[in-house]
Design a protein around this ligand. Structure first.
Ligand SMILES: [Mg+2]
Length: 245
């Protein structure tokens, strides 16, 4: 089979949903389980979407493009779909090769890029913890070499667009980072870290420069990498679709 053609797809809220997707839904991710305990699903892929992706996966390589870190990506397991690599994880701070382990040359490049940002990201996280007074839950997502790759802060639905949330966002200089509110979540990415940059590398390194046949995503921030491919797909009702229509 020729797997030279490929599909790049975001996972959460593009393929995976936190609500149960009906009788024929397939488990996508699992909660971390303590030793001796049964695993409990944390998200599902709808039956019809699963059949589509399974059919596509027989002809094309499926490349996940996700903000999940290694730990949370390791809890992705969808029956019948090969999503283990190549893959873009931690918003592009890590690329997994075909064997599912971090690609060494990308790791080196990102370690060099992120080292000078370590103190700044720690400072931004501490500031956000103090400033959001419990309304947001800021944490650093780990990338290569145990360095922080980016900052994420979840809040209640709508809080980042409230007067209080907006005051926090406007309350400091973000040092040239890409700052985006994705639904309930704030993401702060150092320049050079991103899905677009990593998908470009995957194209050149693993697919001989051939662009993805199709890219899938659900957020306006996915659009840049989605433009690398020939076709785009997004869920109807997603933030991305609503931002375009
Ligand atoms: Mg998503």
């Amino acid at each position: 089979m020729d797997l030279k053609d490929w599909i790049a797809t975001d996972l959460d809220n593009t393929l995976f949903h936190r609500s149960w997707g009906g009788e024929d839904a397939v488990v996508a991710t699992w909660h971390p389980a303590a030793e001796g305990e049964d695993r409990v699903p944390s998200s599902w892929i709808r039956g019809s979407t699963h059949r589509l992706m399974e059919a596509l996966g027989r002809s094309f390589a499926l490349v996940p493009v996700t903000a999940r870190d290694m730990d949370s990506f390791s809890r992705v397991s969808v029956s019948g779909l090969h999503l283990g690599g190549p893959a873009v994880v931690a918003n592009g701070a890590l690329i997994l090769g075909t064997d599912g382990t971090p690609d060494a040359s990308w790791e080196k490049r990102m370690t060099d890029l992120l080292s000078p940002w370590e103190a700044e990201l720690n400072g931004l996280c501490e500031w956000l913890i103090a400033r959001s007074t419990g309304r947001a839950r800021p944490r650093l997502v780990t990338g290569p070499g145990n360095l922080p790759a980016y900052l994420v802060a979840k809040a209640e639905d709508g809080w980042w667009n409230s007067t209080e949330g907006k005051a926090v966002l406007g309350g400091r200089d973000w040092a040239g980072c890409k700052v985006a509110v994705l639904g309930t979540e704030l993401q702060v990415l150092p320049p050079g870290v991103g899905k677009h940059e990593a998908v470009t590398e995957v194209r050149d390194r693993f697919f001989g420069g051939r662009p993805p046949l199709m890219c899938m995503g659900d957020m306006p921030q996915d659009l840049q990498f989605m433009c690398l491919g020939g076709l785009m797909a997004m869920p109807v009702g997603s933030v991305l679709e609503r931002s375009l229509t």
